[in-house]
Design a protein around this ligand. Sequence first.
Ligand code: COA
Length: 270
Amino acid sequence: MTLVSPISYTCIPYSFLTDRILEKCSTLFNNNYGIWAHDAPLHSNNTLKAGSRVKLGIKRLRELLLFNDHCFLVVAEIRSSDNDQFQLIGHAFCTYAKYDPLNGNAVWITQLVVDSSYRRQGVAGTLLSMATNNVEDVVIAGLVSSNPYAVMSLCNACNRIPINLKFIGDHAENVIRVCNIPYLSHTQVVGSVFDKQSPLIVDIHHQPISLAKTDFFVDHNEILIILKKISKKWFLGPLLDGHEFLVVFPTSSVRRSRTTSNGSPSNISS
Ligand SMILES: CC(C)(COP(=O)(O)OP(=O)(O)OC[C@H]1O[C@@H](n2cnc3c(N)ncnc32)[C@H](O)[C@@H]1OP(=O)(O)O)[C@@H](O)C(=O)NCCC(=O)NCCS
């Protein structure tokens, strides 16, 4: 009989995020995220090499993803049979903020990666359910990603509510603003839901629907194959180079605030 190690999921609050944990996240990201696109050198003064792995060290992870104490991390680990150590197989960096238009909190996923050997087993969906359930009174959750499977995993975590373009148009920009994510603070939104189109578009029948112009020139070849495969059930339109899909879903968390004297929600706990 083969024993399969169960996957364990843990939410780690900001103040517990040591360099040792971030080192593991950096290794997971560097080995599994993706590669730079052919035009990445052009957009980076030749500092990025086309085809080489996109990498982030601990210092950059801290700067980009742990920018305030509302940031937290959810990890998926398995116990490795050879050395009895926990092996990191997936992580989601997240943040949250009060979101007044819907009278609750917004959760934003700032980075999501699953080890390529453990994909399509619901790891990303579970990481994101953990993330939304870690925060009280969540009413909306979102992410920016070029990967349609990241969007689908957030959809799964948000009770599989189908993508609602009007809801994205009404809330996505606001949520990005309140979550105060440094790498998205100057991002332009593009697409029909925002009534803003890009000058890059040549085919008026295939216009973007909801994109963020992140200028992140990661290789899209694999993504374009996925988009072709799922075209019948994909409602966020085409992807442009240097852009990523932008999505928000309405959701609710299992955590409800205990009514406090001033009525404000209390912070997340470990
Ligand atoms: C995107 C990523 C995190 C998904 O991780 P995952 O653990 O494989 O995702 P899940 O198993 O939770 O799948 C979520 C949904 O995506 C879809 N999906 C995922 N892999 C799929 C595949 N190979 N074929 C078809 N559908 C797939 C399914 O709809 C699935 O839900 P379902 O199984 O209930 O039908 C992973 O592919 C990854 O790390 N990619 C590289 C990094 C990246 O692109 N990150 C996102 C940037 S923020």
